[in-house]
Design a protein. Structure first.
Ligand code: PDD
Length: 278
């Protein structure tokens, strides 16, 4: 398996990051994850735009232009012969003696890898998954795609231990988002409900494409907060992410959503998304 680290493509076992990297010491960095279908990057421009924003918010200079990032991603996909899966990359503030203040002379560390995985025909995506709800314990700038993922690690582990595949995080009774996905419900009248963008959630790229597709398809959108109870009573529920696209949610906290089977709106959106990405 070949990865990219600071300008070189090399076997993963040879890719070493220095002990004092601020990503390791402070979680001082940001990341991106992009889906790959039929060997092509899905929505790459939008991911690079979000990367630029994340870097700017924490004042790390962007080491590459969009064209350079794209070339690196494509080369890594090609070198790993990957046709379907996920490209991950992160940028940290670099290597410096441990001190909270920004170092004056560090260069950002850039690490990128691929994970082969089936997305279009994933069985869970056809059958639907279970989620549990947990308190959202994260910081107040969730719009930045920070590599600090401790709250999400704990939330998703709790989900796994409860026999579920994702955790929906809840603040003041309202669902914020999934541990690594955006959360949606469909009302009995057939409209899609999703939380509006703010500092409380990550601006999901799959979310953005899905909303655009839905608008073009004539589906009614409600960008507003929704409660856990509203999700329990919904006609359908689903999640979106770059690594899974559109996945039906068929149980929430052990209760079946409607009849506990993927609903028609979710199925249609999954189909539309796969067509767009292919
Ligand atoms: N997670 N919300 C959170 C908290 C996320 O971590 C993610 C993505 C999303 C969905 O965003 P997008 O559609 O741009 O992938 C929403 C990635 C896939 C991960 O951490 O693996």
């Amino acid at each position: 398996r070949i990865v990219f680290l600071n300008g070189s493509f090399l076997p993963i076992d040879e890719a070493k990051v220095p002990f004092m990297d601020r990503g390791f010491m402070f979680g001082d960095g940001v990341y991106e994850g992009i889906g790959v279908l039929n060997g092509r990057l899905v929505d790459n421009e939008a991911h690079l735009e979000r990367l630029e924003r994340s870097l700017k918010e924490i004042q790390i200079p962007n080491p590459y232009s969009r064209a350079e990032w794209t070339r690196l991603e494509e080369e890594l996909v090609r070198r790993n012969n990957m046709t379907e899966g996920f490209v991950y990359f992160q940028v940290t503030r670099g290597v410096a003696e441990r001190d909270f203040f920004f170092p004056t002379d560090a260069r950002p560390t850039v690490a990128m890898f691929t994970q082969a995985k089936s997305i279009a025909n994933a069985p869970a995506a056809e059958a639907g998954i279970s989620v549990i709800t947990v308190p959202d314990m994260r910081w107040e700038r969730r719009d930045i795609k920070s590599i600090n993922l401790l709250a999400q690690v704990l939330a998703k582990q709790a989900a796994k231990e409860a026999g579920a595949q994702e955790a929906w995080m809840v603040q003041d009774g309202y669902v914020t988002e999934g541990g690594s996905s955006s959360a949606f419900i469909v009302t009995k009248a057939g409209s899609i409900v999703v939380r509006p963008l703010s500092n409380a959630i990550l601006p999901g790229i799959t979310r953005k494409s899905l909303l655009q597709m839905s608008r073009e398809d004539g589906i009614v959108l409600e960008e507003r907060l929704f409660t856990v109870n509203e999700a329990y009573d919904a006609a359908e529920a689903f999640l979106t992410s770059a690594s899974n696209f559109v996945v039906p949610v068929v149980r929430i906290d052990g209760r079946p959503v409607a009849d506990g089977k993927p609903g028609p709106v979710t199925k249609r959106l999954r189909q539309l998304y796969l067509q767009m990405a292919a």
